[in-house]
Design a binder for this molecule. Structure first.
Ligand SMILES: Cc1cc2nc3c(=O)[nH]c(=O)nc-3n(C[C@H](O)[C@H](O)[C@H](O)COP(=O)(O)OP(=O)(O)OC[C@H]3O[C@@H](n4cnc5c(N)ncnc54)[C@H](O)[C@@H]3O)c2cc1C
Ligand code: FES
Length: 256
């Protein structure tokens, strides 16, 4: 089955001024995606912008694929103008996926990073402790939906407009410090997607407590399929392509 296909826009719904959910219906048979994988999407059918943009799989049901995205620059602005019936080119699913947690786990999402983690929370319903950090209430997208799939939810925003004021990594530290001894740190791995400073701090927290930590990295991508080397990151075993060997890495592998 080819990973390159054309898809018809089913809908493109606004959640608020920043975020939308794009739903596509592939026009041919597709490979079923796993949580943590991503797709390269054309922003429209004019090839301007020329390069496809990467987006995590957010939902896959009834032969449709959905993507939660934040409007940032030209590509995502064009994406936001797509209407039902428009056709775009798609490549995916790409990259690796989150290793399946054996039991309970911690999911740490920064902003739109929830797009990558919600499918994992959905697949492993009520076994994930969700830590959700965002700049403000406006930016805490899909919080109630993700919370409904989680065992417990912790929220922090920079301005305190939703949840605790401060960094989500501080909330996580408090949670880990208060863990009862029967819930061993060793059996509660961290899965994370969000801004690099958050992932770097999580890596430090995990290392200090000897917790397994998987991070989904977001690098600028040109091809998305391992050919251009535009997305490499430095790891302890040399440079690795985020689009091919990632985007999910053991945090211990990354040279932060
Ligand atoms: C594997 C992967 C999965 C992703 N999943 C999602 C998702 O599910 N939802 C979502 O909203 N976004 C996701 N992104 C980020 C998304 O690809 C970018 O926001 C998008 O490409 C921006 O395109 P643009 O043309 O609108 O912005 P541009 O005009 O290219 O850039 C606008 C701003 O966004 C920043 N930016 C651009 N690309 C990236 C990137 N790859 N990572 C971080 N910052 C970037 C630029 O530095 C600039 O500040 C993902 C990125 C990767 C690599
Ligand atoms: S984006 Fe081209 S190698 Fe990763």
């Amino acid at each position: 089955m080819s990973k390159y296909f054309k898809a018809e826009i089913t809908d493109n719904i606004s959640l608020n001024k920043h975020f939308k959910i794009l739903t596509l219906t592939p026009q041919s048979d597709i490979v079923v995606p796993q949580p943590g994988q991503f797709y390269m999407l054309n922003s429209n059918n004019t090839y301007d912008p020329l390069l496809k943009r990467p987006f995590s799989i957010f939902g896959c049901k009834n032969n449709t694929l959905s993507f939660l995205y934040r409007i940032r620059g030209k590509g995502t602005s064009c994406l936001s103008n797509l209407r039902g019936g428009d056709i775009i080119e798609v490549i995916g699913p790409l990259g690796n996926n989150y290793p399946e947690p054996a039991g309970d786990f911690i999911a740490v999402a920064g902003g739109v990073g929830i797009a990558s983690l919600l499918p994992l929370l959905d697949k492993r319903k009520n076994t994930g402790y969700l830590f959700y950090g965002a700049r403000s209430k406006d930016e805490s997208v899909m919080l109630s939906e993700a919370g409904a799939l989680s065992k417990e939810t912790f929220v922090a925003t920079d301005d305190g407009s939703e949840g605790r004021k401060g960094l989500i990594t501080e909330l996580l530290k408090g949670f880990l410090n208060n863990l009862k001894s029967e819930i061993s740190n060793f059996t509660l791995p961290i899965y994370a997607c969000g801004p690099n400073p958050m992932l770097k701090e999580l890596s430090k927290i995990a290392r200090e407590r000897r917790i397994k930590c998987y991070v989904s990295l977001e690098e600028h991508m040109a091809c998305g399929v391992g050919a251009c080397l535009g997305c490499v990151v430095k790891t302890v075993s040399g440079y690795r392509r985020v689009c091919k060997e990632g985007s999910v890495f053991d945090s211990e592998e990354i040279v932060w």
